[in-house]
Design a protein. Structure first.
Lengths: 250, 468
């Protein structure tokens, strides 16, 4: 069985995000980039499935600039078999990402597609669902547990107020939640092996897709700064402030 | 209240002092809870003028002044004495905590001594600069205390000691006079450099109120490598190899021995991520260049240089950097969960480390097989934290009884291998005997004379470093 794992190169989770002076976006120059943590979980899940003998090939896909090869290599160092980079310099919105992936799905015909439930840069949480619609595949989103059950997968999903287990038929899309697994570290020998693995490069233009953006970013702003706490002298002052400033008492 | 205290606080605002017993006792016990002193009041001066006023009065009335930053001293340097004939007061610097000025052209920052180290780091990081000091207690310790105790930490290998990065200092001296040498210049050959005497003087010569410190460009990217070695020689050889090839791109090279690793895994519930081995090393490399595939080349270098690279992992993200650093930084926390542990902070020349470790380990195991060594530290700076614990809790009493024998073995071996009995923690109250024993009598005599010149009434942190 073949898996396609989609990974996105994003600003590292631990980097303090800075908004560009002209408010058109966030600063990415000289900023540490890493694999989207949810996608790292997707890679880990695929590698685990391969170790269990469920999969025999893992294809790691990324869409982006040349630098996204680094992200694919990370996935290959964790245990992916080969990579595909769809090259584009523009920032694609979720629907367009789903369209591009659908072309790779047509070409590779994977039985299972695994990706993070969302990317931590735009927090869209749409690509997996849209891809399922475009390719007409079953989908199991927010997976916190994935188990093969005969020809199907039993997937436990994190939903409001609890967990839900569904059964999906192949081919299917699984989007991963944080509790699914703990991604492994890359050992030096595996990093070296990953350098020899093939990454196929495809130009996004070759698909002949209409990738026009329907979303327009008007302005990007910092979240409002949290005001520092204050010390009150006595209960009366506290009640006063709760009435006049916090407006939680009347 | 005592008449003298009333006199002391005459010019202070109400929030600049406290004589509540709870506040005093919090400030009078050290981090490891080994030293518990008595003070009459804690003063939190908000300005240098206020501090000068208090110190003048202390000098006049011969009141002992205990300067205190974040109170994270590991040698009892920042707390009052238990039995003092003199009245003792604590001066805590937390309210003198302004960042005065960052000079991006000269790469220097002027800060007041009460600034918390981590706050300075965050302030600079936002502006793409890097502060050349980082230590485990960064969230609590203050820069004034760091300077007074000449803190070391994990960055010395790249940025040099704090001493070498201090361009200027301001301090209030024992008679209340104000010493200011804040020139923003790298070169200043104009006779004796008094600020150098204050650095590492542990508050016995003056109270540091502000400093001008060099800052550095923030690395573009930092990655952590964590690996194992079965013997210390191979680890040290590998260190030399990296040092030769990557020089100052190497920002940390830390040692964790088997006992330290097991302790962190057990006491802090950490996952085992590397096969059990005798020694582990944590290597941090930073990229300051725009070279393409910088870390790719480092991976190649590691792979080619290591005989066995199976148990080496490279971080993929800053999250993994943090996770890997945890295995090193949680060791002191894990140690506090032991019933008893004897701590040492020593330095040994690099070429003697292997001989020191072998000899000392053997001698200590001869006392009792259960007595084992937690050895970790900044091996790139020749600095080892070398702590003894018992694998059997029932033998903790015996360990306590043997403490002085064990100390003697370690410090004699340190001395014979040309090392120092206190590398970065200082002397404080804990290592007074060692200072007397292992420094030459000439050095001790000169230190005493210097103390007399700066503090003739012996009011500043008395009986720290040496008995007055």
């Amino acid at each position: 069985m073949k898996a396609l794992v989609c990974v996105k190169r994003v600003i590292d989770y631990n980097v303090k995000i800075r908004v560009k002076a002209d408010k058109t976006g966030v600063e990415t120059e000289n900023v540490k980039m890493s694999m989207n943590p949810f996608d790292e979980i997707a890679v880990e899940e695929a590698v685990k499935m391969k170790e269990k003998g469920i999969l025999n090939e893992i294809v790691v896909l990324s869409i982006g600039s040349e630098s996204s090869q680094e992200t694919i290599r990370s996935g290959l160092a964790m245990g992916g078999d080969r990579g595909i980079l769809v090259k584009t310099t523009s920032d694609l919105e979720p629907l367009n990402v789903a369209k591009v992936i659908s072309k790779i799905v047509e070409k590779e015909k994977p039985e299972i597609i695994i990706m993070g439930k969302q990317a931590i840069d735009d927090d869209s949480n749409q690509t997996g669902q849209m891809l399922a619609q475009i390719c007409n595949l079953s989908q199991a989103t927010f997976a916190s547990k994935v188990e093969k059950n005969g020809e199907k997968f039993d997937v436990t999903r994190e939903i409001d107020g609890g967990l839900e287990t569904i059964s999906v038929e192949l081919p299917c899309i699984i989007t991963t939640d944080l509790r699914l697994n703990e991604p492994r570290y890359a050992s030096l020998p595996n990093i070296m092996k990953a350098k020899q693995k093939k990454i196929e490069q495809i130009d996004v233009g070759s698909f002949g897709l209409n990738l026009e953006s329907r979303l327009e970013i008007i302005e990007v702003n910092d979240p409002p700064e949290r005001k520092p706490g204050i010390m009150v002298q006595d209960v009366e002052e506290l009640i006063g402030k709760l009435k006049s400033e916090a407006k939680v008492l009347s | 209240m005592n008449e003298q205290l009333t006199y002391l606080i005459q010019n202070l605002d109400q929030n600049e002092y406290s004589y509540e017993s709870e506040v005093i006792s919090n400030h009078s016990i050290d981090w490891r809870k080994n030293f518990n002193g008595n003070a009459s009041i804690v003063i939190f001066p908000k300005s240098v003028d206020k501090l000068v006023n208090v110190i003048k009065k202390c000098n006049e009335k011969k009141i002992s002044v205990i300067p205190q930053g974040g109170n994270t001293s590991l040698v009892g340097g920042s707390v009052p004495l238990e039995n003092s004939k003199m009245l003792q007061i604590i001066i805590n610097f937390k309210k003198l905590n302004k960042i005065i000025n960052l000079d991006p052209n000269s790469f220097s920052i002027q800060i007041e001594s009460g600034c918390i180290l981590e706050d300075i780091q965050h302030f600079l990081s936002k502006k793409n600069f890097y502060f050349p000091l980082s230590i485990g207690s960064r969230g609590n310790c203050q820069i004034g205390g760091n300077i007074s105790s000449h803190a070391g930490g994990t960055n010395v290998i790249k940025y040099g000691t704090l001493r070498s990065n201090i361009l200027g200092l301001e301090a209030v001296m024992a008679d209340g006079s104000f010493f200011s040498s804040m020139k923003n210049v790298r070169k200043d050959n104009t006779g004796y450099d008094l600020k150098q005497l204050l650095i590492g003087s542990e508050g016995t010569l003056g109270l540091i109120t502000a400093a001008n410190i060099r800052v550095f460009p923030k690395p573009l990217e930092t990655r952590v490598v964590f690996g194992t070695f079965s013997n210390i020689e191979d680890l040290l050889n590998f260190y030399s190899k990296i040092r030769i090839n990557y020089h100052d791109l190497l920002t940390s090279f830390e040692l964790v021995n088997s006992e330290a690793m097991e302790l962190v895994i057990q006491k802090n519930n950490k996952k085992r991520i590397l096969k059990k081995n005798n020694f582990y090393c944590l290597i941090e490399l930073s990229n300051f260049t725009h070279n393409v595939d910088f870390f790719g080349k480092i991976e190649d270098f590691f792979f080619e240089s290591l005989e066995d690279s199976e148990d080496f992992i490279f971080s993929k993200s800053y999250e993994e950097n943090k996770q890997l650093w945890d295995y090193r930084e949680l060791i002191p926390i894990a140690e506090t969960k032991l019933e008893f542990c004897i701590n040492h902070d020593i330095s040994i020349p690099l070429d003697k480390i292997s001989s020191f470790i072998k000899k000392t380990e053997k001698e200590i195991s001869l006392i009792d097989k259960c007595f084992r060594i937690i050895n970790f530290g900044h091996i790139g700076d020749n600095n080892l934290h070398y702590n003894i614990f018992s694998t059997d809790d029932k033998k903790n009493e015996k360990l306590k009884q043997k403490q002085s024998v064990i100390n003697k073995i370690i410090f004699e071996n340190v001395s014979n291998h040309g090392g120092s009995f206190s590398a970065e923690h200082g002397v404080g109250q804990l290592r007074i005997d060692e200072l007397k024993r292992y420094k030459t009598s000439f050095e001790v005599e000169q230190m005493r004379k210097i103390k007399k010149i700066f503090d003739p009434n012996n009011i500043l942190n008395p009986n720290k470093l040496f008995k007055n």
